[in-house]
Ligand binder design. Structure first.
Ligand SMILES: [Zn+2]
Length: 326
């Protein structure tokens, strides 16, 4: 995603690029061993243990969601077109299929600043009785940076969506629910309209052509939802009514301290691809990491917690329930 606080972003970017260049062997191959016993690993273990019991979060199992993030990080850096992202695609598809989800795969190629790259959007489609689609979405690619494993940026929301699929795929659904895993959210080089959001732009365009786009009642995006001190502010490219629904749901569940009623400013993320085509959208994203580990090799498992994943998952589950009753 991209922030409009450009000055800070550029400063951070320069620091990140300067810090990464020396370690990047240029092959795109993983250079981080995530399996090594370390204080970081101990921190990650502690983070997995703090999950509330699933029955307190609507059945959403924070430990399972956390395990999906551990698995992703274990594949190493996962930029679009890499061997590691292919492993992740197979993992996500295998999990979804094992829950009984019907999975659609849209394989396409995108012209990027480093050439044409193969990409895949994965969609778990839960059929509904009534016309109308509720979309839940994440991106699963990670930013093309040396030693960047994206536990929070890419990993956390993907872990949440896999766990949501486990719960939602077997359920009877009044409206259809589509759980979408986008490839190519991250800019291959510098964020711009043409170098970013490859997967969501592809899907929104395709749904526009088929006529399915007009059936979408709501598009709920999760991105960077795992940080330990979770604090979501209202994102200003989001549709206010849909933001109200999610924030009110969170407050009613007792998460008012994490879903605060302050603006973030507008953020560019996958929801824009749908907003630009008239779909009501909301981006649930924690911006506070911008000042700390965002797009740095420090975005590791010890930064996130199963409790934060469970909070996000619970709010998404209950928000779907609210939307289903409308
Ligand atoms: Zn990112």
């Amino acid at each position: 995603m991209s922030f409009h606080a450009k000055v800070l972003m550029v400063a951070l970017w320069v620091a990140v690029v300067a810090g990464c260049k020396a370690k990047d062997d240029g092959s795109g191959a993983p250079t981080v061993s995530t399996a090594a016993a370390s204080p970081q690993q101990a921190g990650a273990q502690q983070a997995a243990d703090d999950a509330p019991p699933a029955e307190k979060t609507g059945g959403f199992d924070g430990k399972r969601a956390f395990a999906h993030v551990v698995k992703q990080v274990g594949f190493g850096p996962r930029p679009s077109g890499s061997a590691a992202i292919v492993q992740l695609q197979e993992y996500i598809q295998g999990e979804l299929t094992s829950y009984g989800c019907k999975v659609d795969v849209d394989a396409f190629s995108a012209d990027t600043p480093v050439g044409r790259l193969p990409m895949k959007n994965l969609v778990a489609k839960i059929p509904g009785d009534k016309p109308g689609i509720i979309m839940l979405a994440t991106h699963y690619d990670t930013k093309r940076l040396g030693n960047f494993v994206g536990a929070d940026d890419g990993g956390s929301s993907t872990g949440v969506m896999v766990e949501l699929a486990r719960l939602l795929c077997p359920r009877h659904s009044p409206y259809a629910v589509w759980i979408v895993f986008f490839d190519g959210e991250e800019a291959v080089k510098d964020w711009s309209e043409t170098d970013s959001r490859y997967g969501s732009r592809q899907m929104a365009a395709k749904m526009g052509m088929s006529g399915e786009l007009s059936k979408v009642k709501a598009f709920l995006l999760a991105d960077i939802v795992g940080t330990r001190a979770l604090r979501f502010k209202r994102e200003e490219n989001s549709t206010p009514e849909l933001t109200d629904l999610v924030w009110k749901t969170a407050t009613n569940l007792g998460y008012g301290a994490m879903f605060v009623n302050q603006p973030t400013g507008p953020i560019e993320d996958d929801h824009l691809s749908f907003k630009k085509r008239g779909v009501p959208v909301v981006d649930v994203i924690d911006l506070e990491i911008q000042a700390t580990y965002w797009h740095t090799p420090q975005d590791t498992l010890d930064k996130i917690s199963a409790k934060s994943l469970a909070t996000t998952g619970h709010v998404f589950l209950e928000s779907v329930k609210q939307l289903q009753s409308k």
